[in-house]
Design a protein around this ligand. Structure first.
Ligand code: PGA
Length: 307
C-alpha cells in the first residue's frame, strides 16, 4: 500500500460510492480512462482486484469493501484534521459542502456571494440536485448542510426554517384571469396545467392543496425544470404553480404574471438541514449561523429589489 496515493484512494472511493466509473469521472471532472487507470494502479498496490464486473453491474470484491470502509474513516479523519488546524490558526478556512434542492438554486447562490466575500478562506462546493439524490448524499454523509422545503421522511434530521418559500399560480400575461381578484380554486380545474416532475417538493405541495379541496386539474405537461416551465407558460402551453423565488430572471417578468387565486400563496419554508448527530465543522457552523441570522434579510432584500 505504500505506493498508493491519496488521489487514487479518492478516485476509488468515488467509484465505489457511485458503483460506476462514469459517474465517478463526472463527479471528479476526470476522464473515464483516467479513473480506470487510477483504480487499476491502486489494485496493483493492494495486490488484489477491487471490483468485479458481473454482466453490466460493478461489484466491490471483499478487498474492495475493506478498502472502501478504510477510505471513509481516513477521509473523515482528514477533514477533522483540516478543521482542527483551521481552528488552531483562528481562521475560518476549509471547504463548505452544500447540497440544495433544485428550486433553492434561486436563493442559495445569491446568499453565498456575501458569505464568500466575508470569508475568503472558505471554498464552497455546491450541488444542486433532486430529492432522490439528496437522500442518497445524506445517507453517504457527503455534505455539511442541505437546503430544501420538502423534508425526507426517512432520516433523523436537525431542521431549521430560515426563509418563507411561497408557491404562486403563474399564467401568461395575456391570460383572461389576469385581472380577476380572489379567483376560486375550483376555477383552476378548467385550465391546462404544467406540473413539476414526480418527486418534486413543489409538485407534492400543489397536489396536497388540490387533493384537500377535492380538485382534479388537467395536467398537460410534466417538466423537471422551473425555467422550462416558465418558458412553457410564456409560450401559452398552460398555467402552473411555482415558488415565487423562481421569478428572478427579469427577462421573463413581463411575460408571466402571478394570479390572485384563493388559498394561494401556499406557504412553505426553506429549511437548513443536517443529519441528527452530525458534528458541524467550524466552516459549516459559520455558514449555518450566517443563514439563520442574516439569510432571511439578505434574501428578502434581493427578491424585493428584483420582483
Ligand atoms: P423542488 O422544491 O423539489 O420542487 O425543487 C423544493 C422542495 O420542495 O424541497
Amino acid at each position: 500500500m505504500r505506493q498508493a496515493t491519496l488521489h487514487q484512494l479518492k478516485v476509488f472511493e468515488a467509484v465505489a460510492r457511485h458503483n460506476s466509473f462514469t459517474r465517478a469521472a463526472e463527479e471528479l471532472f476526470l476522464t473515464q480512462p483516467t479513473v480506470s487507470m487510477q483504480v487499476k494502479q491502486l489494485a496493483k498496490a493492494v495486490g488484489l482486484p477491487l471490483f468485479e464486473q458481473v454482466g453490466k453491474r460493478l461489484y466491490l470484491t471483499t478487498a474492495g469493501k475493506e478498502l472502501f470502509g478504510t477510505c471513509k474513516g481516513l477521509f473523515d479523519q482528514l477533514s477533522e484534521f483540516e478543521s482542527t488546524i483551521a481552528n488552531l490558526k483562528g481562521l475560518k478556512q476549509g471547504t463548505l459542502r452544500l447540497s440544495v434542492i433544485t428550486t433553492a438554486k434561486y436563493i442559495i447562490p445569491r446568499l453565498l456571494g456575501l458569505f464568500s466575500q466575508r470569508y475568503p478562506g472558505i471554498d464552497i462546493s455546491l450541488k444542486v440536485t433532486n430529492h432522490e439524490r439528496i437522500s442518497e448524499r445524506m445517507l453517504n454523509n457527503q455534505d455539511d448542510i442541505y437546503v430544501m422545503s420538502q423534508l425526507p421522511s426517512d432520516f433523523d434530521l436537525n431542521v431549521h426554517p430560515f426563509l418563507e418559500n411561497p408557491l404562486v399560480v403563474l399564467a401568461p400575461r395575456s391570460h383572461p384571469l389576469v385581472k380577476e381578484k380572489n379567483i376560486p380554486l375550483k376555477r383552476l380545474a378548467d385550465e391546462l396545467f404544467i406540473m413539476r416532475e414526480p418527486g418534486s417538493g413543489t409538485r407534492q405541495a400543489v397536489k396536497k392543496l388540490f387533493d384537500d379541496h377535492g380538485i382534479t386539474v388537467k395536467v398537460k405537461l410534466d417538466l423537471g425544470s422551473n425555467e422550462a416551465i416558465k418558458q412553457a407558460i410564456a409560450g401559452g402551453l398552460g398555467i402552473s404553480v411555482l415558488s415565487r423565488h423562481t421569478l428572478t430572471s427579469e427577462s421573463m417578468n413581463h411575460e408571466i404574471v402571478v394570479l390572485d387565486v384563493e388559498h394561494f400563496p401556499i406557504l412553505r419554508h426553506w429549511y437548513v438541514v443536517y443529519p441528527a448527530g452530525k458534528q458541524l465543522s467550524i466552516v459549516a457552523r459559520t455558514f449555518f449561523d450566517y443563514l439563520m441570522n442574516e439569510g432571511k434579510a439578505i434574501a428578502e432584500h434581493t427578491f424585493t429589489s428584483i420582483i
